[in-house]
Design a protein around this ligand. Structure first.
Ligand code: NAI
Ligand code: 15L
Length: 274
């Protein structure tokens, strides 16, 4: 099966959306953009909320696949999370089903399993120490809970309607890691594009959940299911380690913020500003 070509990118005005707008066209994708906010420099982008089913239908019509990044990306009240991440993701899936879209790449998060203890001891961690992708759900926030919902919605739409999804539990996808924890979960933007491309182009994914990180020396979780899609990470956070550890110190096992995959989301999560 050839790589799918026309892709709706929701959340295109956001941080990850902006990075992917720059990187994914090189893989041959033509991107259709959607966000509730205007997308700078993109006059053709669709400005619509995930609650607007009519606008979603127009946006989805004729695309080969969707990368679903739109939503609240931090902690918020349950009501806000319900509208944007739970009802919004349902609206997108239902519209995709109605329009016959074959595949969605869903931006899940490490915070779906954020209360999972991190591996202890010296990195690099071996296969028996890495957090597996089928680790029990342990959301650390209403935000993480909404990502659990999204993954289960994806499973339902595969089992019931044959709509395929790759749910990518993204670690931290930013230009550079900015904390000692991020050294273990960082996904470089270039590796993010590699993983999204693999998720769009692998055959027969059904509903597959993958952990999304670079090939970090200090990696905490297992990338086997991502690699099975054809993902070959090229980057490693290690060049950033000495500076971050000098500034912030090593992770402290007695500090609950340092003790879990989800880091400070387990105790004092950053709050969505709108
Ligand atoms: P972001 O907050 O920068 O971007 C999210 C975008 O979604 C924003 O442009 C916002 O306007 C849009 N949006 C929010 N609610 C909407 C709605 N109701 N209708 C339409 N658009 C709406 O977040 P970022 O970092 O770009 O993340 C993108 C996605 O990836 C999010 O779903 C996030 O949960 C997920 N993710 C990101 C990680 C990262 O390291 N950047 C890590 C794990 C998951
Ligand atoms: C996420 O899910 C957030 O959307 C992102 O802003 C980061 O905080 C990331 O997780 C992380 O855990 O570093």
């Amino acid at each position: 099966m050839p790589a799918r070509r026309t892709v709706l990118l929701t959340g295109a005005a956001g941080g990850l959306g902006t990075l992917m707008r720059g990187l994914l066209p090189a893989y041959g994708y033509e991107l259709r953009l959607l966000d509730m906010l205007p997308v700078a420099g993109e006059p053709d982008a669709i400005t619509a909320d995930l609650g607007d089913r009519a606008a979603l239908r127009e946006a989805v019509r004729g695309v080969d696949a969707i990368i679903h990044l739109a939503g609240i990306s931090l902690e918020a009240s349950f009501g806000k999370i319900l509208a944007a991440n739970i009802e919004g993701t349902y609206n997108l899936y239902e519209t995709a089903r109605e329009e016959g879209v074959g595949r969605i790449v869903f931006a899940s998060s490490n915070h779906a399993v954020g209360f999972t203890p991190r591996p202890r001891g010296e990195a690099p961690f071996g296969p028996g120490e890495l957090i597996p992708v089928d680790t029990p759900r342990r959301p650390d926030t209403f935000y993480g809970l909404s990502k659990c919902f999204g993954e289960d919605l994806a499973q339902l739409y595969w089992d019931k309607h044959g709509l395929e999804t790759v749910s990518v539990r993204i670690g931290s996808c930013f230009e550079e890691p900015t904390s000692v924890r991020m050294l273990s979960v960082w996904m470089s933007p270039a590796d993010g594009a590699r993983l999204f491309h693999a998720a769009l182009s692998a055959e027969g994914v059904g509903h597959t959940v993958v952990n999304g990180s670079s090939a970090n020396t200090r990696l905490w979780w297992d990338l086997t299911s991502a690699r099975a899609l054809g993902y070959e990470p090229q980057d490693d956070s290690e060049p950033y380690a000495a500076k971050l550890i000098a500034e912030q110190g090593e992770l402290d096992p007695d500090n609950p913020d340092h003790d879990h995959l989800g880091g400070h989301f387990t105790t004092n999560p950053p709050i969505w500003p709108y």
